[in-house]
Ligand binder design. Sequence first.
Ligand code: SAM
Length: 246
Amino acid sequence: RGTVVLAATPIGNTGDASARLVALLEHADIVAAEDTRRLYALANRLGVHVGGRVVANHDHNEREKADRLLDDVAAGATVLVVSDAGMPTINDPGVAIVRRAIERDLPVTCAPGPSAVLDALALSGLPTDRFCYEGFLPRKHSDRIAHLRSLRAERRTMVFYETVHRIDDSMAALLEVFGPDRPMALCRELTKDYEQVRRGTVGSVADSVRTDPPRGEMVLVVAGISDEELAAGTAAAGLDDDWQPI
Ligand code: SAM
């Protein structure tokens, strides 16, 4: 039997590619890539010859592809799964093949590496002992507000992925739900030349987004509710009477 290997790829800085990723690109029998052009571009930058068969594996065809790829694994192939950047399965394809491999009792392993969630969390300066990854907020403003309201009593540091198109709306939603004083960090272009971390509060980061709109890829890291806010009770925290801390 072969193996499925999930491998993280750089999120901006090619130098973050691991030696293991390079070896896998050279030697895997099959490379299942979210976008094959991006895979070849990465291989070019790394000076690597992709030795195996390359197949496209994106969100839309992942489930149907999974079983065919796993037939190859059952027959002895090493199938390398990569996404466009960072760790596959983290808001990226890869989940379907992991699930099916587990169901079919086929081996899965991981060649870890860059992922924006941990990079941003570590750089934020906010508590890291407990955190929750929230992925992307819903697209519609009203759904964002509803989702953030469900997090009002969250004590863990929260990590949100964001895009340049919706950052204004997200900052407005954060202000509305958490108020201006909650500590947060906006981390952009991580590992790239123009990496920048804007640390402050929801209010100060919202101001900076207005006066100096951030470009590129970004992650928002927001502190959980503080003990003081909790102690101040439901009124000060703007919480309903039936609200309970998580
Ligand atoms: N699988 C990836 C990972 O492990 O981080 C995430 C893929 S998700 C489709 C893309 C989002 O990740 C971006 O919108 C942004 O929020 C975040 N991201 C990826 N690369 C980043 C970078 N270099 N700097 C800041 N955020 C980044």
